[in-house]
Design a protein around this ligand. Structure first.
Ligand SMILES: [Zn+2]
Length: 236
């Protein structure tokens, strides 16, 4: 029972800490409005799409204001904000950051030491995908007014964003594989070195062993008497 209450208390705490509230939704709404002004300035071509989403969001937002049930009101407010932060608008807002993330990931792959030709091929192929996906994303983001079509633009942004995400995942996978491969090589090298060391020690030990002049038994270095016949062992 006590455990349950602890869990319950933590759940409430988490909800308060992470979940949206009326206050945070109001704050988000304000921020999103500002973000849309900036977005229109940055991507003037997309203004019609941004205006359309603003209008859709406003409708839902206004509807939310007339709801008295707090939970339902909050749901509507969250929904309104989503028009301006996810989907096509979200993709447009996040595209630049996504491209920089991908470039950074590619840079870290470039600094890696690839010692496996299959991984090297895959790396080269991934670099091509990175290049292509960035080109496609930039083409979508900076399409001309002639190229812009309000019905097709969201799909183009979505495909461009997915392309960046896929390229990022592939680079991430390759980095992981190279890491594993390099660790394996390092491990094998260490094993080999250890074996060489062990072998060396064995040889040295054998060298140090002393043969009894009487019975031929090998005695450990430093022995004064033969372990087999008891004869005194001469020091060399
Ligand atoms: Zn002996």
């Amino acid at each position: 029972m006590r455990k349950f209450f602890t869990f319950f208390a933590i759940s409430i705490f988490m909800l308060n800490a992470c979940g949206p509230t009326l206050e945070s939704s109001n704050e988000n709404w304000k921020k999103n409005q500002e973000a849309m002004t900036q977005l229109k300035a940055d991507y003037a071509t997309f203004s019609p799409l941004i205006d359309q989403k603003l209008e859709e969001a406003k409708k839902v937002w206004d509807a939310a204001q007339g709801i008295s049930n707090e939970e339902e009101k909050l749901d509507k407010m969250v929904e309104a904000n989503q028009f301006l932060s996810s989907g096509a608008i979200g993709n447009l807002r996040n595209m630049k950051g996504k491209i920089s993330d991908l470039k950074r990931k590619k840079e870290s792959l470039m600094t890696m030491n690839v010692s496996n030709y299959q991984l090297e091929d895959r790396t080269q192929y991934a670099f091509e995908s990175v290049k292509k996906s960035i080109k496609k994303a930039e083409k979508a983001m900076y399409m001309t007014k002639d190229e812009f079509n309000i019905d097709e633009a969201p799909g183009k942004l979505d495909r461009a964003f997915t392309g960046l995400t896929d390229a990022y995942k592939e680079v991430e996978i390759i980095i992981d594989l190279i890491d594993k491969e390099n660790n394996k090589i390092a491990e094998e090298k260490k094993d080999k070195e250890q074996k060489v060391q062990d072998e060396k020690k064995k040889v040295e030990k054998a060298k140090a062993d002393i043969k009894c002049a009487y019975c031929g038994t090998m005695n450990k270095a430093g022995s004064t008497k033969c372990s087999s016949c008891g004869a005194a062992i001469e020091k060399k």
